[in-house]
Write a protein of this length. Sequence first.
Length: 156
Amino acid sequence: MNVEIVAASQDHIAALAADCRAEDIAEFHALSRSTPTQVLELGLRVSTVAYTAFVDGVPVCMFGVSPYSYLAGQGIPWMVSTNGLKGRKLQRAVMTVSLDVVDDFKILFPSLLFNSVDDRNESAKKWLSWLGFKLLDPVPLGPDGVLFRPFYWSGA
């Protein structure tokens, strides 16, 4: 299995959006009524850095970090994944590579990385915990008040 992380590109969006995980689609809809294409385009546009992970030449996720405050060293990490990111061996391979990328996010934004995740998205919550983020109690967000779990990493 060959895992490659490359700079994210507009060219990656169609393939990722077409195979987006149901859990991610539900999260986008619950939070902002957005489509995978809209979320990927926004993420790519506002991020300081963004990457696409390929496994054996197939894009399986795009992730990045956007600034909340450069002055305060605070950023907002995000990720959109596909159905191609299933299976323990595959997930472990991508997770291992992503640790280095999250370390780079921490250098770019050394005070705080934070966002929220749909509380129904068990695999995303496990991934975030494995990456070292702390998950807080769920709070209602979005137009329907779906429960989301804020998460963070603090360098302070």
